[in-house]
Design a protein around this ligand. Structure first.
Ligand SMILES: C[S@@+](CC[C@H](N)C(=O)[O-])C[C@H]1O[C@@H](n2cnc3c(N)ncnc32)[C@H](O)[C@@H]1O
Length: 394
């Protein structure tokens, strides 16, 4: 099977509501999506194409390459179809593979059962042809097969990513309520920040927004932080393609930015964690960290983006305290951030009202299962004036 050379359907999955940002990234790489849906983007390409996609994409979760589409009404039909696939040309008989699935079929009560059926078909096929049973289990760090089965329509994919791409591998210490990296980068993309003016992140927690901003500004891709992907464990993989793509990314990554990224938090521990994470991402020299109440954040007289991801108080009792915090955030934006665009990412629209500024946009996101908004505030300097008249970054 010439999967590294033959085009097939590629599905790139992402968290809900991130597909518009993923689409922008895919198009910037020169690919034309054939379909965009709430949790992903579809295109055509080879497994060789998936190498560049895996290394470049910031908003994606998994890059899946279609092996076969077929009808299967029940587990027996599923097995009968899958045992005809030439698995011996994809999975080394001495290797290790695992199966994941997204299943909605009346005969399947637990996805684990579907996974076992797929595994049985693969093992039986390889044993029949090669006389040896490959090992399998739940580890996602070797060859990965993904089943998408809705009613009687099934698609079987090679998962060329393995561990999710939505985590960007630099956050060794998570801190309190950290944002998923793919979500953080998408929210920054949603601001249309020009990547060359001041970026301020008060309440930075583990530093995700500030670090993602630094990675975007330096054109440094999180794919560089990883040395293991699903595609490396598909038979026929040529490591030269990976190293050439990696070298391209390394060569274009800038070391300096020439403007400020500022990240502050009231918690000393949070700043300690954020600094460590920034160091792992190789961007600690680009971020000015400080321990302080957000009101005391240094705001240079300039233009740019100020972005908050405050707590939203899912626990009872903390609400009234947070109301005061949100009101203070509004005052801070109004008084100290004129000339900037302000953003607040929150899952609590009632608290957002306490900010006391009229949002110019309410951009929809999810944080896990929670419906969230990124509120945008135009913070005009003096009377409402044209954005082009604002102070320009130095
Ligand atoms: C939801 S967390 C931010 C998570 C962050 N986006 C991340 O990815 O790790 C909110 C942060 O606000 C900080 N915080 C709460 N009240 C603050 C205040 N008055 N001034 C500054 N930081 C504050 C907390 O210490 C916490 O780290």
């Amino acid at each position: 099977m010439q999967v590294f050379h033959n085009e097939s359907k590629i599905i790139i999955t992402c968290n809900k509501r991130l597909s518009g940002y993923l689409q922008q990234e895919v198009e910037a790489l020169g690919y034309t999506p054939t379909r965009v849906f709430p949790t992903g983007v579809e295109l055509k390409g080879t497994v060789t194409d998936t190498i560049a996609l895996n290394l470049n994409l910031r908003c994606a979760s998994q890059v899946l390459y279609l092996i076969k589409s077929f009808k299967a009404a029940d587990p027996k039909e599923l097995y009968d179809e899958l045992v005809t696939v030439e698995w011996e040309k994809l999975i080394d008989f001495s290797g290790y593979f695992s199966v994941t699935s997204n299943v909605n079929n009346e005969h399947i009560l637990t996805p684990l059962f579907a996974n076992v059926k797929v595994k049985d078909a693969i093992v039986d096929r390889i044993k029949e042809v090669k006389g040896v049973r490959p090992n399998s289990g739940s580890e996602a760090n070797k060859t990965l097969v993904h089943l998408y089965w809705q009613d009687d329509e099934a698609d079987i994919f090679m998962d060329t990513s393995g561990e999710t791409l939505a985590k960007h591998s630099y956050r060794k210490i998570p801190g309190k309520a950290p944002m998923l990296e793919a979500l953080a980068t998408s929210t920054i993309m949603a601001t249309n920040w020009d990547r060359k003016s001041t970026f301020i992140n008060p309440m930075c927690g583990s530093g995700t927004l500030a670090i993602e901003a630094a990675l975007l500004a330096t054109d440094k891709h999180p794919g560089l932080f990883r040395m293991n992907y699903g595609f490396m464990h598909i038979m026929g993989y040529d490591e030269n393609v990976f190293f050439v793509e990696r070298r391209k990314l390394k060569d274009k990554a800038k070391k300096e930015t020439g403007f400020k990224i500022i990240a502050t938090d009231i918690s000393e521990d949070a700043i300690d964690i954020a600094q460590k994470n920034a160091k792992t991402a190789g961007v600690e020299h680009l971020i000015d960290f400080a321990v302080c109440d957000f009101e005391d954040t240094d705001v240079p007289e300039d233009a740019g983006v100020v972005m908050f991801n405050p707590e939203y108080g899912e626990r009872l009792g903390v609400h009234s305290k947070l109301e005061i915090t949100y009101k203070r955030m509004g005052d801070f934006l109004k008084k100290k951030c004129l000339g900037y665009r302000g953003y607040v990412f929150t899952g609590n629209p009632d608290l957002a009202k306490k900010i006391g500024l009229r949002p110019s946009r309410r951009i929809e996101f999810y944080n896990g299962k929670l419906d969230c908004r990124l509120f945008e505030y135009e913070l005009y300097d003096g009377s409402k004036r044209d954005p082009s008249e604002r102070p320009q970054p130095k």
